[in-house]
Design a protein around this ligand. Structure first.
Ligand code: ATP
Ligand code: MG
Length: 328
C-alpha cells in the first residue's frame, strides 16, 4: 500500500486554502493509502521561535480542524514533529546532501523570507527547513504528498536529496516522492492576494462564525471597475468567482453567471450572497464538529499516535545510519 504524508505548521487555525488545497484530498486518500499527517511544530518554530506559546496553542487547533473535516485518527497517524526526534537527526545527515547555494534558490523560501522581512537576517533554521521536510517525508518512506502549489519546490528538493543520498552511499535506502495537487492549487486571499494564508491574515477559517464569514465575503475583492450593476465586469482575479469555482457545487451555474457578469447586469451583492450561503452551509457541520471535540482526549490521541510514528522513523534512521556506515 502506498504511503502518504502531509502536514501543517501549527501557527493558527486552518482555513479554506488548506481545505481546498490539501485537506479534502487527505480525507479521500485515507481509505486507500497508509496515511501520516504531521503537525510541524519544530518547523513552525523556525520563524516563530520568539513565540513558542502560539505554536503550542495551535497544535490543538490544527488537530480539531483535521477531525472536523473528516480525517479519521483510526486510519491516519496524526503526530507531532517534535515528539519524533529521529527527524532532527535525519535532518543533520541530509544537510550534507545539499549546498547553501541550492537552498538559496528555493523560490518558496525566497518568497517567504521577503514576506517576513528576513532577507538580511534569516535564521539558519528557517533557511534550511526544506531539508527538515525531506527528513519528514523520507522517514515514512512517503511516496504521495497532497499539497498546495507552494510546496512543489520542497518536493523537488526532497527528491534531489534522496537521489544524492542513495548515490553517495550506494544503497537505495530512501524513496522518491511525488506531489498530489488538488484542483485548487492555490486559493487566493479574500484581499485578492495570490494566496490565502494565515500569516497574511486574508483567509476564511474553518472555525469562523457565520457573522465573520459574512463580513469576509462582503469584503472580498471583486472588480474595481465594476461600479454599476449594468457595467461589464472582469472574472479573472475576481475573488468571488475564484471561491465559487472552488466551492460551489453547480459548476454550470457558475459558468452561466460568469458570462452574465462579463456582459454586465449582474451585481456583486447577488454573487456575494450566493457565495455566503454556499460557505455557510459547507462550514456549519465542520464548525459544530470542531467545537464538540474534547481537548484532553485529543492530546492523549496525539501522544499515542506520535509513538507509532516514532517507531517508523526509528527504523528509517537505523537504515540511514547503516547505509552511511555509522551504526556503531
Ligand atoms: P503560514 O502562513 O503559517 O505559512 P499557511 O496558511 O501558508 O500558513 P501552511 O501551514 O504553510 O499554511 O500550509 C500547509 C499546507 O496547506 C501546504 O500543503 C500548503 O500548500 C497548503 N496551503 C496553504 N495555503 C493554501 C492556499 N491558499 N491554497 C492551497 N493550498 C494551501
Ligand atoms: Mg505556509
Amino acid at each position: 500500500m502506498a504511503i502518504v504524508l502531509t502536514g501543517d505548521r501549527p501557527t493558527g487555525k486552518l482555513h479554506l486554502g488548506h481545505y481546498a488545497g490539501s485537506l479534502k484530498n487527505r480525507v479521500k486518500l485515507q481509505d486507500e493509502y497508509k496515511s501520516y499527517i504531521m503537525i510541524a511544530d519544530t518547523q513552525a518554530l523556525s520563524d516563530n521561535y520568539e513565540n513558542p506559546e502560539k505554536i503550542k496553542i495551535s497544535i490543538l487547533e490544527v488537530v480539531k480542524d483535521y477531525l472536523a473535516v473528516g480525517i479519521d485518527p483510526k486510519k491516519c497517524t496524526i503526530f507531532i514533529q517534535s515528539l519524533v526526534p529521529e527527524l532532527a537527526e535525519l535532518t543533520m545527515y541530509y544537510m550534507n546532501m545539499v549546498t547553501i547555494a541550492r537552498l538559496g534558490r528555493n523560490p518558496t523560501v525566497k518568497n517567504e523570507m521577503q514576506q517576513k522581512g528576513m532577507e538580511e537576517s534569516v535564521p539558519a533554521g528557517f533557511f534550511c527547513y526544506p531539508v527538515s521536510q525531506t527528513a519528514d517525508i523520507t522517514a515514512f518512506k512517503a511516496e504521495v504528498i497532497p499539497v498546495g502549489e507552494d510546496q512543489l519546490p520542497m518536493i523537488e528538493q526532497t527528491n534531489e536529496i534522496v537521489r544524492r543520498f542513495n548515490h553517495t552511499y550506494k544503497k537505495d535506502v530512501l524513496v522518491e516522492c511525488e506531489a498530489m495537487l488538488s484542483n485548487v492549487r492555490r486559493l487566493v486571499g479574500i484581499d485578492g492576494n495570490a494566496k490565502a494564508s494565515k500569516s497574511l491574515n486574508n483567509a476564511i477559517f474553518l472555525d469562523d462564525d457565520e457573522s465573520v464569514i459574512k463580513e469576509k465575503v462582503d469584503a472580498m475583492y471583486t472588480d474595481p471597475q465594476h461600479i454599476k450593476v449594468s457595467d461589464p465586469g472582469h472574472v479573472e482575479g475576481n475573488v468571488v468567482f475564484e471561491y465559487l469555482d472552488a466551492f460551489y457545487s453547480d459548476k454550470q451555474e457558475v459558468e452561466d453567471l460568469k458570462q452574465q457578469y462579463i456582459k454586465g447586469g449582474l451585481g456583486d451583492s447577488v454573487l456575494k450572497s450566493m457565495l455566503f450561503d454556499c460557505l455557510k452551509d459547507m462550514l456549519k457541520p465542520i464548525r459544530e464538529k470542531r467545537r464538540s471535540l474534547v481537548e484532553s482526549e485529543l492530546l492523549q490521541m496525539l501522544m499515542d499516535l506520535s509513538k507509532v510514528a516514532r517507531d517508523v522513523a526509528k527504523d528509517t534512521l537505523y537504515d540511514v545510519k547503516e547505509a552511511i556506515g555509522i551504526n556503531y
